[in-house]
Design a protein around this ligand. Structure first.
Ligand code: R5P
Length: 279
């Protein structure tokens, strides 16, 4: 077996290969003058693990080309961040269910699919061979030696944050969120007394940062001593990080499902544990 690092996940692929003690394959990625991508896997093998998060359209095409290069090889697709999962239903007549299209493409090639905290149960339901890793215990462990309280920015993330807080050994609560439009959200406090406390807001994704910014403002107004933001997937669209720090966030922390400067918590061991079954 070999681990194949996709264009978006070289570091996590290396960490997984080390955790499994499995070598990495040599790959070539190029772009033609017209913008099209080219993929070649130089040392083919009988079994392969591709590690490639989908953070852009190029990532998706590169994944498809890697899967095709491995046609006839037993391949496990590790997609640490499953992009397109937020379009998990037809919100309006005539829309594509994007994650269904992605699931069909990946599963037409791969023997199994491994991901980390996919956006929703609806998104997961379009896969037949999906194994999901939960990063919340890992994020919780990261804070286990700190005196913090954890907050979910909405009821939807409450169960996730509960798991995270249990592993951190701290109190937790949630905030009520009302989405105004794609960019703006309004957040109202529930029953949380955060005065004088170091608060960690925990969510699955930070995309535009709108959710975290509103939650931070509310928590600082309510008397929190400091606010940090933790997430599984640091999508960080546009100038999200700048918006967070400008709003008074002390620190942003994420896992390495998406490789950013803030991705200081690794999910490599948890993914390797799943993959060991296939070795
Ligand atoms: C929503 O369902 C997710 O859990 C996140 O709260 C959301 O994706 C964050 O998006 P943004 O950073 O754009 O507010």
């Amino acid at each position: 077996m070999k681990v194949i690092a996709g264009t978006s996940s070289p570091l996590l692929a290396k960490r997984i290969s080390e955790a499994l003690n499995v070598p990495m394959a040599k790959t070539i990625f190029r772009r033609f003058p017209d913008g099209e991508l080219y993929v070649r896997i130089e040392d083919m093998c009988e079994r392969a693990v591709i590690v490639q998060s989908i953070t852009s359209n190029d990532d998706l095409v590169a994944l498809m080309l890697m899967l095709d290069a491995l046609d006839g090889v037993d391949t496990i697709a590790v997609i640490p961040y499953m992009g397109y999962a937020r379009q998990d239903k037809k919100f309006n007549e005539g829309e594509a269910i994007s994650i269904r299209a992605v699931a069909r493409m990946i599963e037409s090639y791969a023997e199994a699919v491994v991901t980390v905290n996919i956006h929703s149960k609806d998104a997961a339901s379009y896969f037949k061979k999906l194994v999901e890793v939960d990063a919340m215990p890992i994020i919780g462990e990261f804070y286990s030696k700190r005196d913090v309280v954890m907050v979910s920015p909405d009821l939807g993330s409450y169960e996730r944050v509960k798991v995270c807080a249990e592993h951190a050994g701290c109190e937790f609560d949630y905030l009520e969120k009302k989405r105004i439009d794609a960019e703006r959200v309004e957040i109202k406090p529930k029953s949380l007394d955060v005065r004088g406390k170091d608060v960690v807001i925990v969510d699955d994704i930070i995309s535009t940062g709108g959710t975290m910014v509103e939650a931070t403002k509310m928590l600082l107004q309510a008397g929190a001593k400091s606010v940090e933001c933790a997430c599984v997937h640091a999508v960080l669209a546009g100038n999200a990080l700048n918006k967070l720090y400008s709003a008074g966030v002390k620190e942003v922390v994420a896992t390495d499902t998406i490789e950013r400067g803030v991705s200081v918590i690794s999910v490599a061991k948890a993914i390797a544990e799943v993959l060991e079954k296939y070795l």
